[in-house]
Design a protein around this ligand. Structure first.
Ligand SMILES: N[C@@H](CCC(=O)N[C@@H](CS)C(=O)NCC(=O)O)C(=O)O
Length: 253
């Protein structure tokens, strides 16, 4: 990973702001020196979308490889997945894994994870990881997700327990978590979580919240969990309006 800086030229803040408002440093990638990138994930937004967005905003060409669960099993058998899961990112032929590691790396390359904002950015990022953790039983209908060997749901929930989990997420857990994030956003002075620059935690939040609002992020989670968070809802719109995010979303239609 050494020498990554050679792949790109950082445009000074003022110039980059003209092209992409709120992006502190925009990477102009020299194609001749750019790394060969291949991102492997399922054919939906899920954990990979913030990484896709960070790479796209950064101007990095990458192969956006979409696989099925069956293909994940084959990749795992073939030893391609270090932890048996996706997303993984190949950088010049070397496979790297774990969402948070990949997102931070992509963010660093794209100027979306500035050193001086790391503490603020990571706190929000980790709060969103907490959200993903509590959603596991809702996603899989099982306490511990999927058994890594059999792929069967691990510690299956009864219908009553599923209803209880759904109720707790909608009524108790998620509204509180989003209210905390609302307070953090307000305290930052906005319009983004780290103040006036877009960072990777805004992308993670955008993917999660926009998916909750349109019902695609997790079945059974109601948009009302965000209802008392007007500033968060503005942030969703603001990220959606970012020229590169708009361009990426249009490409996916
Ligand atoms: N800690 C890992 C978890 C990744 C994960 O759970 N990925 C799921 C898809 S969202 C997966 O690969 N599942 C494969 C399987 O269950 O066979 C990360 O953040 O990358």
């Amino acid at each position: 990973m050494r020498g990554l800086q050679h792949w790109r030229l950082l445009v000074p803040h003022a110039a980059s702001s003209l092209r992409f408002p709120f992006t502190r440093a925009f990477a102009v990638v020299n194609p001749a020196m750019a790394p060969k990138l291949k991102l492997t994930y399922l054919d939906f937004k899920g954990f990979a979308e913030p990484i896709r967005l960070a790479l796209f905003i950064g101007g990095f060409e990458f192969e956006d490889r979409r696989v099925t669960y069956g293909e994940i099993a084959e990749l795992k058998e073939g030893g391609y997945l270090p932890f048996g899961s996706v997303p993984v990112l190949e950088v010049d032929g070397k496979v790297h894994s774990q969402t948070q590691a990949l997102l931070r790396w992509a963010g660093r390359q794209a100027g979306l994870y500035p050193e001086d904002l790391q503490l603020q950015c990571d706190a929000v990022e980790e709060a969103l990881v907490d959200v993903k953790k509590v959603l596991v039983p809702q996603w899989y209908g099982a306490m511990l997700g999927r058994n890594p060997t059999t792929k069967e749901p691990c510690v299956l929930l009864s219908p009553e327990q599923r209803a209880e989990v759904e109720e707790a997420l909608n009524e108790a857990i998620l509204p509180v978590r989003f209210q905390q994030l609302e307070q953090v956003l307000v305290a930052s002075g906005g319009p983004f979580f780290c103040g006036d620059v877009l960072t990777i935690c805004d992308l993670s939040f955008y993917v999660c919240a926009s998916g909750i609002l349109d019902g695609s992020y997790c079945g059974g989670i109601r948009p009302e969990v965000l209802a008392a968070c007007p500033t968060l809802l503005e942030l969703v719109k603001r990220v959606e309006e970012h020229p590169k995010v708009k361009e990426w979303n249009l490409k996916q239609e």
